[in-house]
Write a protein that binds this ligand. Structure first.
Ligand SMILES: [Zn+2]
Length: 237
């Protein structure tokens, strides 16, 4: 084979490999079409997809319990379950996964889209992603479990909006008490300190949590950005 032809073959091979890799990557980020067969709880559903049945736990949110072995029925649990049942039963949805596909109970972890998203903008998230809708309507609280934190910033924002409007469960005094410290700090899975968002240490691996939650988990205040000082000032307002 002449040198030129050899070179062309090589270039073609490289281009084809790159296209294949891109296709594999985009497919991995693709959405899985599913049909909701049953609602287990406000944040847990059963779906059928690709001829298989899955239990799906919605990522990033937690609705009050309706049949927990130790907690029993929590206030607003039945309302959340009814809302999810009305909105999702027998609907076609698109499931978006994050870093981990399943949890320790073998449940699929997913963002549930009511309509296929086009550009994943905040506007679309608000209108079409059911996880976000649960938060915006006050049926759920944020529950950030790393590494599945793709939309964690939005979720904290949506919860704050629902809280400020006293929507859903936020109208009940027991939940209001918990959120007196609606002050958000940033932590990483491997770190020991919590930070303000503006801190030079904070990057895309950091995710937002309530400051009291960070303290409960054993994190301490960063000496550079000093979130404790900011929190004291925020509380005194
Ligand atoms: Zn810091």
């Amino acid at each position: 084979m002449p040198k030129k032809a050899k070179q062309n073959t090589l270039i073609t091979a490289i281009v084809l490999s790159i296209i294949t890799i891109i296709l594999i990557l985009t497919q991995k980020q693709g959405l899985m079409k599913a049909c909701v067969t049953r609602v287990v709880d406000g944040d847990t559903i059963k779906v059928e997809a690709n001829g298989k049945t899955y239990t799906v736990r919605l990522i990033g949110v937690n609705t009050p319990e309706t049949n927990h072995p130790t907690k029993g029925v929590e206030p607003y649990g039945p309302e959340a379950k009814e809302f999810t049942t009305k909105q999702l039963t027998e609907k076609t949805v698109w499931l978006e996964l994050d870093v981990e596909e399943k949890d320790k109970y073998n449940r699929l972890l997913a963002y549930v889209w009511l309509e296929k998203p086009v550009n994943f903008s905040e506007e679309e998230i608000r209108k079409k992603m059911f996880n976000a809708i649960l938060l915006l309507e006050g049926y759920a609280q944020v529950m950030t479990v790393p590494p599945n934190v793709k939309y964690a910033d939005y979720f904290v924002k949506f919860q704050r909006e629902a809280f400020e409007k006293q929507k859903g469960l936020w109208g009940l005094s027991m939940y209001n008490e918990n959120t007196k410290s609606d002050f958000v700090v940033y932590i990483s899975k491997d770190g020991k300190k919590y930070h303000l968002k503006s801190c030079r240490y904070v990057n895309s691996k950091y995710f937002p949590v309530n400051i009291e939650e960070a303290r409960q988990k054993g994190y301490t205040s960063c000496g550079i950005c000093k979130p404790d000082e900011a929190y004291e000032e925020w509380k005194s307002k």
